[in-house]
Design a protein around this ligand. Structure first.
Ligand code: SF4
Length: 323
């Protein structure tokens, strides 16, 4: 396997301005030292409750948001150090599909113009005929029809709009696609169709996915590995089968306990976490999860921050008591 993406100690803090002079009075610790690698053709699922930093991580990788510190390398090139020109070229290789297919498509543009915009920006269609042929090809690739190119986004269902978003991302033939909650806004049956489409496209086009979602059931089938995030940090990362059959981290256990099992004879004990996710402005000291962890140890978990340690083959967990 060839390493495509390497993220090292990625940090993103959003300043909070206040006072008379608009000074920085505090900061939101959105991403707090995230590291992982992604091989070409692989899918890494990234899961966690809202506010855990997963979408910010995806956007920092693409430099849609500037990271505070850390390094992102794509095919060995340092993305974090790139100037605007180099970034524009790099944008061909790294694309994003957004969560909301209603908000992410310009309602005043035809579907053809939406998909074709990147072809124009990157000068990928030498003639109007090549431009149109490519749009038709992209529409058909995502299961839409050629005559859809002259219609507007509001004429389509949520699932179809997400297919348009996928066609737009594929227009520049990217290598990595960040799917940022790409199916979260869709009905469960439509979610399955879009996930199947993404899987088919991955094998046809050798795509690599960073697949961000807020629950483990969504990423189960598409992911080769899964990373679980809590308050800006990865708390567990493992091959998907290992994580689903033998989770180590108490937070992963709790998330997994909410995933329905298709066999009605098998019952899973639901673990309900107490309280809400603490504010990322002042995350709890020590293990960020200690305020909700059912097995937290006083004097240890509330004081010392656990680091990711190897608990099995490719299985890493950040917990003082597990692993
Ligand atoms: Fe729970 Fe402590 Fe492990 Fe954190 S380090 S997950 S608080 S047991």
């Amino acid at each position: 396997m060839t390493e495509l993406l390497k993220v090292e100690n990625l940090v993103k803090h959003f300043p909070i301005k206040g006072g008379l002079f608009g000074r920085t009075v505090d900061k939101v610790h959105a991403v707090d030292g995230v590291s992982f690698t992604l091989d070409a053709g692989e899918t890494l699922g990234v899961v966690g409750e809202s506010g855990c930093g997963k979408s910010t991580t995806g956007r920092c990788i693409l430099r849609l948001i500037e990271p505070t510190s850390g390094q992102v390398s794509f095919e060995g090139k340092d993305v974090t150090a790139m100037d605007k020109t180099a970034l524009r070229t790099m944008a061909r290789d790294m694309q994003i599909i957004f969560q909301d297919p209603y908000a992410s498509l310009n309602p005043r543009m035809t579907v053809g113009a939406i998909i074709g915009e990147a072809l124009t920006i990157h000068k990928l269609a030498a003639t109007p005929q090549i431009y149109e042929d490519r749009i038709v090809e992209l529409l058909e690739t995502v299961g839409l029809a050629a005559d859809h190119m002259r219609r507007f986004p509001h004429e389509f269902s949520g699932g179809q709009r997400q297919r348009i978003g996928i066609a737009r991302a594929l227009a520049v033939s990217p290598k990595l696609v960040v799917c940022d909650e790409a199916v979260s806004a869709l009905d469960v049956s439509i979610q399955a169709q879009v996930i199947n489409l993404l899987e088919d496209l991955q094998s046809q086009l050798n795509l690599t996915y960073l697949f961000i979602a807020h629950d483990l059931s969504v990423v189960e089938h598409i992911s080769d590995r899964v990373a679980v995030m809590y308050l800006g940090r990865i708390v567990e990362i493992a091959p998907a089968r290992d994580l689903y059959t033998r989770p180590y981290h108490p937070y992963t256990e709790a998330l997994l306990s909410a995933v329905p099992i298709p066999d009605p004879l098998v019952k899973r004990k639901r673990i309900r976490l107490q309280g809400d996710v603490p504010s990322p402005i002042r995350p709890p000291p020590g293990c960020h999860f200690h305020t909700r962890c059912p097995i937290a140890q006083k004097g240890l978990c509330d004081q010392q921050s656990p680091v990711l340690e190897q608990a099995g083959n490719g299985h890493w967990v950040a917990c003082h008591l597990r692993g």
